[in-house]
Design a protein around this ligand. Sequence first.
Ligand code: NA7
Length: 548
Amino acid sequence: MNSASNTNGSNGNGAAVTDLDALVIGAGIAGLYQLYRLREAGLSVKSVDAASDVGGTWYWNRYPGARVDSQSYIYQYWFSRELCEDWDWSERFPAQPEAERYLHYVTERCDLRKDIIFDTRVTSAVYDEAAKKWLIGTDTGRTFRAKYFVSCAGMLSSPLLTRFAGQDRFKGEVYYTAQWPKKEVTYAGKRVGVIGTGATGIQVIQTIAPLAGHLTVFQRTPQYIIPMRNPLLQDEDRKRYRGEFDTLKTRIRETFAGFDYDFGDKGYDDLTPQERREHMEKIWADGSLSFWLTTFPEMFFVESVNNEVSDFVREKMRSRIDDPALAEKLLPTTYGFGTHRVPLESQYLEAFNRDNVDLVDVSDNAIDGLTETGVRTADGTVCDLDMLILATGFDAGTGSLTRMGIRGRDGRALKDEWSKDIRSMLGMQVHGYPNLFMTAAPLAPSAAFCNMTTCLQQQVDWITDCIVHMQRNGIDTMEPTREAEEEWVRHHDETANATLVTKTHSWYMGSNVKGKQRRLLSYIGGANRYHERCDQIARDGYPGFALS
Ligand code: NA7
């Protein structure tokens, strides 16, 4: 197999160019694995990352309370039994430091660090049609030329930072959850404000409520939540999941959402009201995302079923809030349970029962901007603060790719094309961008409806197989045909539009970013069905793709 890595060309401006077979963007879960797989396949490959170390999501999101919502023994790599044998997960749902340590462990064990270039952000990636290669520029001035350009830049890695008028004027401390500093942050005696009550904001709020002098939570949309059951893992637990390594490895690719649990055999209509209640109570007690992803499939399609589940969750939530008036603010009523990301939590609602925590409802009294001293709402009230924490979300799916300056055949720009129409083939390639491969990109199962590590590894495996196929068969370029891409987009939209998910405002639909096209970003037809389809395409010699 061809393998070449050298610095022997120039980018036309006289600067040296590093020639590679493949450049991988990102050194998070997907990027590390992609680097490993391509290197094992004999390609010359490097990874670049804007961060100063490995970890991706778990590098940037080191905010207080950051934690994985997938079970640790599911949230891991499956390519090596030894990695699993030699790593002891300490909790059912690991906190950020442990997830980050795990990725460091894999990096060292697989000797990946030597092929990763840190503190380097891609600023341009232009396809050279004559050379059939990508020329990739970075903010450090370093340039790469590669046949394959593989983005593992993450689905939730482009944070929405500037959200409010006068944001620079605030004189207190400001922290962004997605760019949390490594230094210690203290809350004692301080008036702290948190804007955002998504999965991130919830983790922050429940963690710092007992630490802050006073905490003010600015909530625009209340969340349905599931209490996390998070026991410490014992030796017998670790022995059990290690013993099930092969079974689990197969199982997670066969379920709807890439976990070890799945919908049961009986649907909603097969059960009596009493049985439905028992069914919900039983899954609720598991304290995991299974209540969202396995209770009733009908919940995603049928409004009456969704209402019943939503009522159940609201009832559970209400019982934990002391003040009935506060409960009305904290209980979601304008959308159905599960139609956007359901966070797991620990003592989130109890935080609002504390004397030092206030909720400011900004749903009909919007945040107007920041002043020197705090947050001003539309009614003119200013809430004075010493510290403001912004947990205001991401330009999901598209953001990490559109900011890279990607230009494909005929000078087309991905940013322009996706500003009008977010399209892809299986979420892994885009027509007009030969040999650009993507993980966690729009129209594939991802954070929304799939355990991230399952989907990412499946995509990396598929991409690697494509690249190996091309290398073995002397194929220079691969890109989806317009027709095949159109067919995938249609299937994706039909599947999405049959669900209630497309009726709810959230980052899933891109509606959290002004002007962004409203299209479900993640494929909701099932990670298992998606996986089968991808495999079938590979087995059939890649129909729907132009290989030349
Ligand atoms: P999310 O889920 O997009 O949450 C962002 C939060 O910020 C959400 O509560 C927003 O309210 C709120 N927000 C954003 N802009 C404003 C303004 N202008 N005023 C008030 N509130 C605002 O991001 P997360 O980081 O929590 O989670 C992203 C994913 O990361 C999560 O789903 C997991 O998969 C991991 P809104 O709901 O828009 O009314």
